[in-house]
Design a protein around this ligand. Structure first.
Ligand SMILES: NC(=O)c1ccc[n+]([C@@H]2O[C@H](COP(=O)([O-])OP(=O)(O)OC[C@H]3O[C@@H](n4cnc5c(N)ncnc54)[C@H](OP(=O)(O)O)[C@@H]3O)[C@@H](O)[C@H]2O)c1
Length: 264
């Protein structure tokens, strides 16, 4: 420990999100919904956005039990104009956004040689193009205020080849690259950009799409020997959103039960 840090003891890490406004895109189910509730429990005002109105309304109602000001916005962020409309609405309602989680995602599981252009576009538009334009649209707002934390959601498929999920893996490698690039580009203007990289969590995204054999393989290769629970991603998200992570940008935080650490 340096003399400086001995002479000037640091205060406790600041994990509270009190006074912050957070928008979770893809916050109506699965990982995004868990993060939205975790942010609320840590003191943030929370808004969520997703496409399906009924599911979104139920998600917003659950959040409103904790804070009547919580809001849901029905939007398809694969359309860049829709992201502009979302930003206009959210900023009119909340004034500003301190924390953005970009959690929308989809996948197609099939041999790469059978993927159609439409399937390619659907996955890339949802998982990468929309992430790019959501980050940059809200990033402009954060850069103007010279403060903000953006959290993207990567995947094991951002680190490894992923048989039968070629487009998904391409999109998630893109998310990791985008996250690091935006972090480097915006670091000196107060905006931090980090990714959470989840292991296997059974959600609407993959529950029905993964075959029993694929699930078995996933468990065999995960050292903890079990799937994650979405609540187990909340701590990582709150940390990255909070002042405690003030010097953390461009990181990809693995929450994967040891998957990427294991060689066998
Ligand atoms: N589950 C896992 O094991 C796992 C592992 C690694 C990474 N991830 C990533 O984690 C993220 C969340 O996935 P999840 O597992 O929580 O799946 P999920 O339960 O299906 O959640 C996806 C969310 O995104 C919304 N969404 C999808 N397309 C959208 C669009 N075009 N515009 C706006 N909202 C959209 C969905 O609502 P609507 O369908 O109503 O729009 C939903 O709220 C994804 O990026 C996924 O790739 C998941």
């Amino acid at each position: 420990m340096s003399e400086t840090s001995l002479a000037q003891p640091r205060s406790a890490p600041r994990f509270s999100l009190h006074g912050k406004t957070a928008l979770v895109v893809g916050g109506s189910s699965g990982i995004g919904q868990a993060i939205a509730h975790g942010f609320q429990a840590s003191g943030a005002r929370v808004a969520v956005a997703a496409r399906t109105p009924e599911k979104l309304a139920e998600a917003a109602q659950r959040l409103q039990q904790g804070d009547p000001d919580a809001r849901g916005y029905a939007v398809d962020v694969s359309q860049p104009e829709a992201i502009d409309r979302l930003a206009t609405l959210v900023l009119a309602d909340f004034g500003h956004v301190d924390v953005l989680v970009v959690c929308q995602g989809t996948t197609v599981l099939k041999p790469a040689e059978d993927v159609t252009p439409d399937e390619y576009d659907e996955v890339m538009h949802t998982n990468l193009r929309s992430v790019f334009f959501t980050c940059t649209r809200f990033g402009r707002h954060m850069l103007e205020r010279r403060t903000g934390s953006i959290i993207t959601i990567a995947s094991l498929a951002a680190h490894r080849g992923w048989p039968l999920a070629s487009v998904y893996a391409a999109s998630k490698h893109g998310v990791a690259g985008l996250t690091k690039t935006l972090a480097a580009e915006w670091a000196d203007r107060g905006v931090r950009v980090n990714a959470i990289s989840p292991g296997f969590f059974l959600t609407e995204l993959n529950q029905s799409k993964m075959s029993p054999k694929r699930k078995e393989n996933a468990l065999l290769r995960t050292p903890t020997g079990r799937f994650g629970q979405v609540d187990e991603l909340v701590g990582a998200a709150v940390y990255l959103a909070s002042p405690a992570a003030g010097f953390v940008t461009g990181s990809v935080l693995n929450v994967d039960g040891g998957y990427l650490a294991s060689g066998i």
